[in-house]
Design a binder for this molecule. Structure first.
Ligand code: HEM
Length: 437
């Protein structure tokens, strides 16, 4: 939904109409935005039988991810899919991936120029894409041809700007240039992922493989998951799992180079493997620069939010939109909310009522622990290898890309000098405490 509900528009509506406002989007439906944490908690507690996320996501995401993507299904089907996918995304499994995350990031930093400004976002995308490819389908960067082709295709698939979104409203456009180009990318992605499924089925080492694909193929004997369904889940994890985390990392660097004290502290924390400060840094960055501005649920029954004077009756068929961007940047949730202060979260777990970068309820992001670990490990790896220059230039604006908000200039940085590399062992060892809400 991010393309149509730019943060500024949301802020304007909140100023004008308050914490509940309605946006009517013609054939796409009616969206009631919620910026009051109590309303949002009621939506998350309301459960997946009444609040359908899949039905709300499908008109936008099914075309890219496939109709059986875990993001596009509801109720029993969704619960079953989440069970099948969740294995590799809990704390224990993720901690084991930290050395891989550090290795990929260290390799990427080697190519960064010294003394010349560059956008860090594309570099972060390369890191997160390599990590997710390895985690989800077991393809490593060394397997050059397969990795290159998959990388190129997935990068093109996720490159959905406002122009690319037009066929969501007018499907006939997919046959017409320039939109037909996107259709060709989708076909290539489909072919590549299916080939990986086939390759995995024939792999004599299937039993030992730790990647998600191998796990799904092993489960398929009992789970009755079809190849189409498997393809949709793999594409979902590959796309949801890299663009978001890369944007979160880019924003963290964008904020750090404008806050010399925080940068110095982060560099020291990276050197000393002080995971507490690094986690506070990530927590604050995702709060003040949320990557996903809002999430949507479609009501399948009439619902009343709030009580007494505040009771709001909503009919079945309408969409509710927890505006996580507004809640996390509200003075009612945080003092001086637009200031970047990692120390807010030192020695404190974030309050799940007002810290919502990963959504909530039974649809909370499946990859939250993975993303938080990856952000911490990548930051620590970068900050122990290069010294970044601070800047007094104005902060970058949020630009919509796919379903995420990215810094509009790609988070421009300058490396002042290279440092003798050290790998912080503790940064690579555990899962952040913010991983579970
Ligand atoms: C900083 C990085 C990330 C952010 C900010 C983020 C944010 C989100 C948000 C807001 C949702 C919707 C939650 C809701 O509707 O309540 C979501 C869902 C999801 N995310 Fe993430 N995400 C990130 C990283 C990841 C990663 C690394 C993966 C996979 C490895 C992942 C996989 C998913 C999946 C599968 C869902 C659908 C869950 C469901 O519908 O049951 N995400 N994410």
């Amino acid at each position: 939904m991010a393309a149509f509900q730019l943060p500024r528009f949301m802020e304007y509506c909140q100023r004008r109409y308050g914490d509940r406002f309605t946006v009517r989007m013609g054939s796409m439906g009616t969206f009631v935005y919620l910026a009051d944490p109590d309303d949002i908690r009621a939506v998350f507690r309301g459960g997946g039988a009444v609040f359908h996320a899949g039905e709300a996501n499908a008109p936008f995401l099914a075309r890219v991810l496939g109709p059986s993507s875990v993001l596009c299904t509801d109720e029993e089907v969704h619960a079953r899919q989440r069970r099948h996918l969740s294995g590799p995304f809990h704390g224990g499994s993720i901690a084991g991936l930290a050395p891989l995350m550090a290795e990929v990031a260290a390799e990427e930093v080697r190519s960064w120029p010294v003394g010349r400004a560059f956008a860090v976002l594309p570099h972060m995308r390369r890191v997160t894409l390599d990590v997710i490819l390895r985690t989800v389908i077991g393809v490593s960067a060394q397997e050059t041809d397969r990795a290159t082709e998959l990388r190129r295709t997935l990068a093109a698939l996720v490159d959905i700007d406002l122009l690319n979104m037009a066929p969501f409203l007018f499907p006939a456009l997919t046959k017409v240039w320039p939109w037909s180009r996107y259709e060709a990318v989708q076909e290539r992605a489909d072919r590549l992922v299916r080939a990986e499924i086939e390759r995995c089925r024939d792999d004599p080492g299937l039993g030992e493989r730790p990647d998600v694909l191998a796990m799904l193929v092993r489960q398929s004997a009992t789970s009755a998951m079809t190849a189409d369904e498997m393809r949709d889940q793999l594409l979902t994890l590959l796309l949801a799992g890299h663009e978001t985390t890369a944007s979160g990392l880019a924003w963290t660097f964008e904020r750090l180079v404008r806050h010399p004290e925080a940068l110095e502290r982060a560099q020291q924390a990276a050197r000393e493997a002080d995971t507490e400060y690094l986690d506070a840094l990530v927590t604050e960055s995702l709060r003040v620069r949320p990557v996903v501005p809002d999430i949507t649920r479609r009501l399948v029954a009439d619902v009343t939010l709030g009580e007494g004077d505040r009771a709001l009756r909503l009919p079945a068929g309408i969409n509710v939109d927890p505006a996580i961007y507004l809640v996390m940047r509200s003075p009612r949730s945080y003092p001086d909310p637009l200031a970047f202060r990692p120390e807010r979260f030192l020695g404190k777990r974030p309050d799940p009522a007002v810290w919502l970068p990963f959504g909530g309820g039974d649809r909370r992001c499946l990859g939250a622990a993975f993303a938080l670990t990856e952000m911490r490990v990548v930051l620590a790896t970068v900050l122990t290898r290069v010294e970044l220059a601070t800047t007094t230039t104005k902060g970058e604006r949020a630009r919509v890309r796919t379903v995420t908000l990215v810094p509009h200039r790609g988070a421009r940085l300058t490396v002042r000098r290279r440092l003798a590399p050290t790998l912080p062992p503790a940064a690579a060892a555990s899962t952040p405490s913010t991983a579970v809400s």
